[in-house]
Design a protein. Sequence first.
Length: 625
Amino acid sequence: MGRRMRELDWSASPLGPPESWPDELVSAVATMLASRAQIVIFFGPEYCALYNDAYIPALGRKHPGNLGRPGREMWTETWTVLQELFDGVRARDTAFFAPDHPFWLERHGFLEETYFDVSYDPIRSAAGVVTGIFCIVTDTTARVLGERRTRTLSARLRALVDVAAAVGTVRTTAEVLDVAARHVQSMTGAGRVVVTATGARTEVDGGGDPLARPDVRMALPDTAGATVGELRVWSGSDGPPEPEVLTQLARLIGLRLENARLYEAEHRIASTLQHSLLPPSLPRVPGAIVASRYLPGSSEAEVGGDWYDVIATPDDQLFLVIGDVVGKGVQAAAGMGQLRNALRAYILEGFDCGEALTRLNRLVENLGRRQFATVVCVRFDPATGQLHYSSAGHPPPILVRPGGPGEFLYRSALGPPIGALAVADYPTVEATLAPGSRLLLYTDGLVEDRRIGIDTGLEQLVEDAAKPADHVEELLDALLAKAARRPRRDDIALLALQATEPREFVLRLPADPNRLSVLRRRLDDFLTGHGVPEADVFDLTVAVSEAAANAIEHPIDPAEPQITIEAAIDDHAVVVSVHDSGRWRPSSSGGFRGRGLALIGALTELSVARSDGGTSVTLRRPLTR
């Protein structure tokens, strides 16, 4: 640069010939030319530029035409920034330093983003006046942009990891689509994202035009390359998303959709297997009313190993079994099937509860598989009210006596879970279940609540089980309705037993037509349990319901706001009486109610007895068997 400066025609430069330059400029130029650092001097009122060889790369196509020219000509595109900085150094007579200072420069025929470390130092005359700026710079553009790209790539990688983690925590196709669509929109700033798979679709709106066509349409491949879905993306305010990013996202989503399909297939198999092993109907025996419920876990949970069974033996004993195999999925459902069928076989062979569980534990040990299950087995004799039971680590059933509070059937463990010990003997414990008493069997999914803990859940269940209910079906419905209102993942299985009089039926109901459904269910339980033919059950239910409706509607000023229904069965007929405590008002000539007695008389042998104490309607139906 020294030679070029000597050969330059300085007459066209505001600086004039070098021999006329002031001492401070000559000294600064000498220092500049001797240095290997990138140095440029802006001198005089017009900030005319002088620079060394090291600075030439920073100029690009602007060299050599701007040597000695005013700074506003050399850096026109960024002069407002430079002039403000130079004027500040001159006005304050203080150096300025900034690392990675941004400048938009046109060095190669186009405007580009650049960065420099800059040190602007004042050049002073002998009188101490600032006459120029001595600029030492370092072009850091490559480093700054490289670091930015690294940060962008790192952020993109983190975002991809976040997407992979997010879709990896969900199981079903619908959940994968929902999580994927939200993350794609968030990661790309897309105006709209639609992710589809067979039978499922999720859309996230980012403010894009709903009528526009997607800018990107991309297949979602599984591990074999087969298409399992599609990703459509609309550009957002930041422009179209990067294809490389979408390609990576599509691979992640496709792999997770494949896993979701496998999970759902296994879930269907396990669910079908589990439901096929639950009893399609419950036996009905005199002296007992039994109800059951099964509620699968939440949609994202795998099928569990909860099961129940109700077995009526030839000697009129009623066994109730409920259990929970440890584990999830097809293996747990298959294990549940093995245990259920084996325990049923032991019971039908005549073994009592404890002996049946002991043999079941021995069987699990003999199978050589690490399988664990909690089970409770109850035998009820409706004729005597005797209750026999045994438990293998299962939560205790809840006993509710008529008008009393709920209580656990046992307080301490009666035996370890099935499969926990190679050898275990399970005792059979005896108790009594009086008519009107109820027994509730359940799996732990009913009481497990992370918000309150299992102990509090058990305490609340004891209270809920003792709440009034006209039928055990209503009790189970109320318990499940409460469980459905809280976060829940595990399955729930329920069994309820109510002891009744084996040979007699007595029901007192409020004089409310809405309670007739209770009568119909209880009467159906009683008649079916005694083996009354289906045709007789139907006709009797219709006739008794009509008689009860009359007993509710017709009495004037009843002494008690309730009615009583009694039924008895002998070898040849069923006799039902419906009593109220009032005097009947005369029936109107029109309407269906006026023909109620005629309907009852057509279905049964009818007699009506009226007295000051009320009216009794007696129905006798000869059995058709």
